[in-house]
Ligand binder design. Sequence first.
Ligand code: FAD
Length: 218
Amino acid sequence: MNEIIHPTEKTKLKRIPKRGNFERETIYKILDEAFVCHVGFVANNQPFVIPTSFARIDDRLVIHGSAASRMMRSLSEEIDVCVTVTLVDGLVLARSAFHHSMNYRSVVVFGKAKVVSEEQEKYEALKAFTEHIVPDRWAEIRPPTKNELKGTTVLSLALTEASAKIRTGNPVDDEEDYNLDVWAGVLPVHLTTGAPVADDRLKSGISVPPNILNYSRK
Ligand SMILES: Cc1cc2nc3c(=O)[nH]c(=O)nc-3n(C[C@H](O)[C@H](O)[C@H](O)COP(=O)(O)OP(=O)(O)OC[C@H]3O[C@@H](n4cnc5c(N)ncnc54)[C@H](O)[C@@H]3O)c2cc1C
């Protein structure tokens, strides 16, 4: 599957291009670990960048929301959209302010989203979406009704124009600064969940399922 998504004029990295990556597999791994994206689009000459959740289904990203939201209404018109996904892996603490940085894996996707209108496809997208965020959750919950499906817009964005950028490793200081008495290195950053907090109205006798108890994004 390790096919390359060919760089375009838009996705070609300019600064530190060696950190760029166009392998489908690498891009998909980043998308699959994340669950929040930022959706950039222009409506009435005003740029918006809206955070939302997403899932990947094969070679597409899906997002969903209320049909009344500006983001969903605008994207439904198949306008240009740019979606970014960011995973922060570490704070890179250099000896100088200038060389402080972050270790990260990020993806930028360009395209035009399409409305998923066929009912079964929409249902499958919502299922994939739920499973992407909490694996095995779909089997535990009540699925959406026809009315709930009707009130939800699902958009699909093909992963045909995309780039990843990855920074790993130590700070890169100026040679003369390595002698300074300053602690330098990387402070790893991980996404972790806390202990589950039961809903105040949880029926008695229901225990926390293992997929929630052992939740992890890796
Ligand atoms: C957590 C985090 C912190 C960062 N902090 C800084 C910072 O403080 N200062 C700074 O200048 N840069 C920072 N970056 C890098 C920043 O995202 C850009 O890569 C940078 O601005 C250089 O862009 P460019 O001029 O090469 O490309 P641009 O001309 O902006 O982009 C050209 C194309 O390259 C691709 N691209 C560019 N950046 C990324 C990316 N991050 N992920 C995937 N594809 C990308 C896109 O397809 C884009 O259209 C950070 C990135 C992350 C994820």
